[in-house]
Design a protein around this ligand. Structure first.
Ligand code: SER
Length: 316
């Protein structure tokens, strides 16, 4: 029986992945953990306060719950990382190394770790960026993700640790908020649209980025982790692709449902981060190795979010 620990379970992806893993494996078999504790009464299963830099407490939780798999999501995102270089390096690297070392020491079955399209820099192929394109990131976040990928590949090769990873694009959902990322605008925009307000965008109108609807991201993660071990040919991190759009295009998609919706462009330092990343991604290897295929395009995602967000906000 698998016993799963999720770090960063209170974050944007952690929140939804924890719910899905609890649905699959049973509430009591999935332990959420985060430095921020959720509001009392909101958790459907066990939850522990954990700073992943505190290796003793991390180990104590693994032992206490007899954990067999870790999904290590705790990290600083791109925009916050630029504001706090030292913390980004410490949290993103030491957090991962603590995870890999503990997983290895305890002979855990599997580890999941998220990488990002941020591993690519300005010299990578811009459109349909291949798996093996140049990885010369110019952001602190990208540097931590690239180094992290190399650590994952190293622990697999050296110790046989079954670490699996995805280079997520910007993740968009309505059930949880992102924090401190460059792709966050594509979540915030729906909240403004539903509230009947104009949206001020921190990126330029034509700045394209790779993106993915949250249910596709959760599906990709579960499928990768459930795939037979011998199918996982890439042990750094897999490119996965779903949608690519600009702020102008997401605004038009919203206007098909809310014709009065207005967007204003006021690019800031996050435009430099976005400009250094690919416009879109090629994910042939993920399609070949574990049969990845996304379900949502931009308009399907927009109609679902615009329909579900008001109901969801009422419930919470
Ligand atoms: N969504 C992330 C960010 O913007 C990219 O991995 O930082």
């Amino acid at each position: 029986m698998s016993k799963i620990l999720i770090t960063g379970a209170n974050g944007q992806l952690g929140n939804e992945l924890t719910a899905e893993l609890r649905r699959i494996f049973g509430n009591e078999n999935v332990v959420g953990s985060d430095i921020n504790v959720p509001a009392p009464g909101t958790e459907s299963g066990p939850f522990e306060k954990l700073d992943v830099l505190d290796i003793h407490r991390y180990e104590e939780i693994i032992d206490r719950y007899q954990i067999t798999q870790i999904y290590h999501l705790a990290a600083l995102l791109s925009a916050n990382a630029e504001k706090n270089i030292d913390l980004a390096w410490k949290l993103n690297m030491e957090g991962l190394l603590n995870t890999l070392n503990l997983a290895n020491k305890k002979s855990l079955e599997k580890v999941f770790w998220p990488s990002s399209i941020a591993v690519f820099g300005p010299d990578a192929q811009k459109k349909r960026t291949p798996q093996q394109s140049a990885c010369n990131p110019t952001t602190v976040y990208g540097i931590t993700k690239l180094a992290g990928e190399q650590w994952c590949a190293y622990y697999y090769k050296k110790f046989g640790l079954d670490v699996r990873s995805i280079r997520y694009p910007g993740l968009i959902g309505y059930k949880s908020m992102p924090g401190g990322g460059t792709t966050d605008y594509a979540v915030d925009i729906y909240h403004k649209a539903v509230a009947g307000e104009a949206f001020t965008c921190f990126l330029e109108e034509d700045s394209a980025l790779p993106m993915m609807y949250m249910s596709d991201a959760v599906k990709a993660t579960v499928e990768l982790m459930e795939a037979p071990k011998d199918k996982i040919a890439i042990r750094s991190s897999y490119n996965v692709s779903a949608i690519s759009f600009t702020p102008g295009e997401i605004a038009s998609s919203i206007q098909k449902n809310i014709p009065d919706f207005k967007i204003i462009y006021k690019p800031d330092y996050r435009q430099d981060i976005a400009s250094s990343w690919p416009d879109s991604i090629s994910d042939e290897e993920a399609r070949r190795d574990w049969k990845w295929s996304p379900d949502y395009d931009l308009d399907r995602m927009t109609s679902e979010i615009l329909q579900e967000l008001p109901r969801f906000s009422e419930k919470v």
